[in-house]
Design a protein around this ligand. Structure first.
Ligand code: BGC
Length: 728
C-alpha cells in the first residue's frame, strides 16, 4: 500500500514496539455506540492507554473521537494513532437505499457517488474506515443478509465492487474525506445452508471461483484497503483460518497487500467451530491464514503470546501483520495528521446529499406489476387511502445497518405522498402491526378504503426482519398483513401496493390481485419523497431486480445463470427437470422492472461476427420508446457458450447499458464484448478460451423470451489459448 511515511519510519517504529504493543495494534475493540455482536463490558479507554488497542469500532461523534485519539497519541508510550471504523453500509447521516435496492439502479456512477457521500459524512464524524462494501452473491431470500448484498450475479457484483471501492476511497486515501474500504465477507457467505445465517457453506471449487470470488477480485484490482473473511466454514475450514484461500489465492495469486480484519469475534469462534483447542490455537490459525486484525475476539491479546511460546507462530508473522496495519494508517494520512478527519459539513452539503438520496431512492424502486393503467395517480381528484403498517413508519425506512441514521430524519410514505398529492385528500389507517397478531384495526382500515377512490397499501417487513442474524424460513408477508390486504382487495377498488422489505417477499396472491406492486425495499432518508415521485409520475420507474424473485419458497435457491440439464424443464414432459406443483421460472426474472412507457428492441447486430483472442466486437441494438412518456431503459447483454469442454450456464451477464428516450424517439445502445468476456475456468479452474460459436442475447431482463439473439464465432489457433486476466 502506497504510504506517505517512508517505510524506514515504519520499520523504526516496529523495532521499538514490545510484543504487547504489537498485539495491541492487531486488536480492535467495539466502543459501543452500535453493537453488532455479543459483547462484554470493555473498558476500552483503559485498554487504549495501555497500548492494547489499534482500531476502534463504532464511535462516530467527532468530538469524542478526537478525545479518544488524543489519549492514544498523548497517553500511550508510542503515540500511534488509532483507526476509527464503522459499518457504513448504505450511507451515514444521509441514508441511501439498501445495497440490494441501490444495485437495482444498475448505475455504477450512482453507486460511486453514494459511496463518496457516505465517505464524506463518515469522515466528518471522525471515521477513517468502513466495513463495506459487502460483496456476497446471494441467491437465497431466506438469508437476511441478502439485503446488504449486490444480488445474484458475479459480473454485476464485480462492477458494484469497483464503484464502491472508488467511491469510499476516492483518489487519495489520505484525503480528509476518504475512507478505507473493506471488501466483505470473503467468500460464499451467501451460500449458507438453507439460508440460515452463520451456518456451514459447502459449495464446489468451481462455484467458489466462478461465482463467489470474482467481486472480491474486482475489489482488490480496484485497490481495496482491507478484506474481511466471513464467519462460516467452507467445507469444514472456517474462512477465518482458511490459509488456502486467504493466503494462497488472495495474497499470493491476486497480490493483495492490504489488511485483513476478522469478522466480529470470529477468531475466538474457531474454538466453537471445533478446529482450535484453545485461544492460542485459534489465534495461531487466524494469523497464519493472514488475518491481521482481531475484531472483538480479544483472541490475539489472549492467545498470541502462548502461540508464540509454543512455536505455532513466529514474531515475523506478527511483524508482518503489524507492518500492514501501520502501512494502512500511514496511507490514510493518520501519522501525518491524525485529526484530519472530523470537520463539520455545511447545510448546503447536507442538502445536496439529500438530493442524491432522493435520486438514488426513486431509481431503486422496481415496478413489479402494473395492470389497468392505475399509475401514475392523478394529481387531483378523489380520496387516496394510505393504509398499512409501513405507511407511517419512519424508523423502518432506515432498513438494517444504518446506525448513524436518525428516524426523525427519514421521510415516511405518508409524508411523501402528502407532499406529492397536495391537491388530493389523503386518509390514513395502519390496520395491523407488521409482526403482531392483533387484527382489530382491519375493519376501520377497510371502511376507510371503501370511502376512497384509490388505495395505497404499504406492506412488508420491519427493518429488523432482514440483515444480520435475520434469516426467515418463511419470507412472506409477516403477521396479519395478508388479512388486511385481502380484505382491502375484496372491495374491488384500485389498489397499489408499496412493498418495503430487505428481500423478495413470497406472496403470489398479492401480485395476482393488486393493480400494481412496487418493490421499494428500504429506501432510506428520502423514501417517502421517492415513492411520491414515482406514484405521481414525476419520475418514471426504472429500477430493475438484481435477483430473481421466486414464486414460492420451494424454488430457492433460484438464479438465472443455470447450467443446462440433460432433461430441460418442460411441463409437458414427465421425465424433465420440473416441479409437479410449481413452474421452474421465477415470478419475476433477474433484470425485471416495468416502466410507464414501452420499449421495443430491433435489429441486434454484432460486428465483426468473428473474433480472435484479444479482439473485441461491437454489439448494437436499436431501441424505440413506443409509449406516451419519456423513460430510461436498462439493457442487458448475456453470453452463452453452447458447446464447450464443460457445460456452461445458459446465460451469463457481460454488459449493462442505459438509454433515455422521449416518447416516439429511438436510439442505439452499444456494447463491447472482448475475449475475456468469453473465457471461462477450465476443468483445472484455470482461465481458458475455447474456439467456436457463442450466442449473444440482448434485451430487458433475463427472461429468455424477451431477448434478441445473434451468434458470433471465436477462432483460435489452438483449441485452448491462454487468456488473462483470470476472473477469480
Ligand atoms: C458482521 C460484519 C460487520 C461486523 C462489525 C459482524 O457481525 O458480520 O458485517 O462488519 O459485525 O460490526
Amino acid at each position: 500500500m502506497a504510504g506517505r511515511f517512508p517505510s524506514t519510519r515504519i520499520e523504526a517504529l516496529l523495532a521499538r514496539m514490545t510484543l504487547d504493543e504489537k498485539i495491541g495494534q492487531m486488536t480492535l475493540v467495539s466502543a459501543g455506540q452500535a453493537v453488532t455482536g455479543p459483547s462484554g463490558p470493555v473498558d476500552y479507554v483503559q485498554a487504549i492507554r495501555s497500548g492494547g488497542v489499534g482500531t476502534v469500532s463504532n464511535l462516530w461523534d467527532p468530538v469524542q473521537n478526537r478525545e479518544v485519539q488524543r489519549i492514544a497519541l498523548e497517553e500511550t508510550r508510542l503515540g500511534i494513532p488509532l483507526l476509527f471504523v464503522m459499518d457504513v453500509i448504505h450511507g451515514h447521516n444521509t441514508v441511501f437505499p439498501l445495497p440490494l435496492a441501490e444495485v437495482g439502479a444498475f448505475d455504477p456512477d450512482l453507486w460511486r457517488r453514494t459511496a463518496r457521500i457516505a465517505a464524506t459524512e463518515a469522515a466528518a464524524s471522525g471515521l477513517a474506515m468502513t466495513y463495506a462494501p459487502m460483496l456476497d452473491i446471494a441467491r437465497d431470500p431466506r438469508w437476511g443478509r441478502i439485503a446488504e448484498s449486490p444480488g445474484e450475479d458475479p459480473w454485476l457484483a464485480a462492477r458494484f465492487a469497483e464503484a464502491k471501492v472508488q467511491g469510499f476511497q476516492g483518489d487519495d486515501l489520505a484525503a480528509a474525506d476518504s475512507l478505507a474500504a473493506t471488501a466483505k465477507h470473503l467468500a460464499a457467505y451467501g451460500a449458507v445452508t438453507a439460508g440460515r445465517d452463520y451456518a456451514t457453506v459447502d459449495v464446489s471449487d468451481r462455484s467458489f471461483h466462478e461465482i463467489y470470488l470474482p467481486p472480491f477480485r474486482a475489489a482488490v484490482a480496484a485497490g481495496v484497503a482491507a478484506i474481511m473473511p466471513a464467519f462460516h466454514d467452507l467445507a469444514g475450514v472456517p474462512m477465518t483460518a482458511n490459509a488456502a484461500v486467504l493466503r494462497a489465492v488472495v495474497r499470493e495469486r491476486w497480490g493483495f497487500e492490504g489488511v485483513m480484519v476478522s469478522d466480529y469475534g470470529a477468531v475466538a469462534e474457531l474454538i466453537v467451530h471445533g478446529v482450535a483447542a484453545d485461544i492460542a490455537e485459534a489465534a495461531a490459525l487466524a494469523l497464519r491464514a493472514g488475518v491481521d486484525i482481531d475484531l472483538m475476539g480479544n483472541a490475539y491479546a489472549r492467545g498470541l503470546p502462548a502461540a508464540l511460546e509454543r512455536g505455532r507462530v513466529t514474531i515475523a508473522d506478527i511483524d508482518a501483520a503489524v507492518r500492514r496495519i501501520l502501512a494502512l494508517k500511514d496511507a490514510l494520512g493518520l501519522f501525518e495528521d491524525p485529526y484530519r478527519r472530523g470537520g463539520p459539513l455545511s447545510p448546503t452539503q447536507l442538502s445536496a446529499h439529500r438530493d442524491v438520496a432522493r435520486e438514488a431512492a426513486r431509481r431503486a424502486i422496481v415496478l413489479l406489476t402494473h395492470r389497468s393503467g392505475v399509475l401514475p395517480l392523478a394529481a387531483s381528484g378523489g380520496v387516496i387511502a394510505v393504509l398499512g403498517p409501513l405507511a407511517d413508519a419512519r424508523a423502518d425506512m432506515l432498513g438494517p445497518w444504518a446506525a448513524a441514521g436518525r428516524p426523525e430524519d427519514m421521510v415516511g410514505m405518508l409524508e411523501g405522498l402528502r407532499g406529492a398529492f397536495a391537491d388530493r385528500e389523503i386518509r390514513h389507517a395502519r390496520g395491523v402491526e407488521i409482526g403482531g397478531g392483533d387484527a382489530s384495526g382491519i375493519p376501520a382500515a377497510v371502511d376507510l378504503a371503501r370511502a376512497a377512490d384509490v388505495v395505497v397499501l404499504c406492506l412488508g417487513e420491519a427493518r429488523a426482519m432482514s440483515g444480520e442474524a435475520a434469516s426467515r424460513a418463511r419470507p412472506d408477508l409477516p403477521g396479519r398483513q395478508p388479512e388486511l390486504a385481502k380484505a382491502v382487495l375484496d372491495l374491488g377498488k384500485p389498489v397499489v401496493v408499496v412493498l418495503s422489505s430487505g428481500r423478495p417477499i413470497m406472496a403470489p396472491w398479492l401480485f395476482e390481485r393488486a393493480d400494481a406492486v412496487l418493490a421499494t425495499w428500504f429506501l432510506g432518508s428520502e423514501a417517502g419523497h421517492a415513492v411520491g415521485d414515482v406514484l405521481s409520475g414525476r419520475h418514471n420507474p426504472s429500477g430493475r431486480l438484481p435477483v430473481s424473485w421466486p414464486v414460492e419458497i420451494g424454488q430457492i435457491p433460484i438464479f438465472y445463470a443455470r447450467r443446462p440439464s440433460g432433461r430441460p424443464a418442460d411441463p409437458a414432459q414427465y421425465w424433465s427437470s420440473k416441479y409437479l406443483d410449481l413452474p421452474v421460472d421465477p415470478l419475476f426474472p433477474f433484470g425485471h422492472g416495468l416502466s410507464y412507457t414501452r420499449f421495443a428492441y430491433r435489429d441486434l447486430r454484432a460486428r465483426p461476427q468473428t473474433l480472435r483472442p484479444r479482439d473485441s466486437i461491437t454489439v448494437e441494438v436499436d431501441i424505440a420508446n413506443e409509449g406516451a412518456v419519456a423513460g430510461e431503459d436498462t439493457v442487458f447483454l448475456f453470453i452463452h457458450d453452447p458447446l464447450a469442454s464443460l457445460a456452461r450456464p445458459l446465460m451469463e451477464l457481460r454488459g449493462v447499458a442505459k438509454i433515455t428516450l422521449d416518447p416516439g424517439a429511438h436510439g442505439t445502445v452499444t456494447f463491447t464484448v472482448g475475449t475475456d468476456d468469453l473465457a471461462f475456468l477450465g476443468p483445472d479452474l484455470a482461465p481458458r478460451l475455447e474456439a467456436g460459436a457463442f450466442e449473444i442475447y440482448v434485451g430487458p431482463s433475463a427472461a429468455r423470451e424477451s431477448l434478441l439473439v445473434t451468434t458470433i464465432e471465436l477462432v483460435t489457433d489452438e483449441r485452448t489459448d491462454a487468456v488473462g486476466p483470470a476472473r477469480s
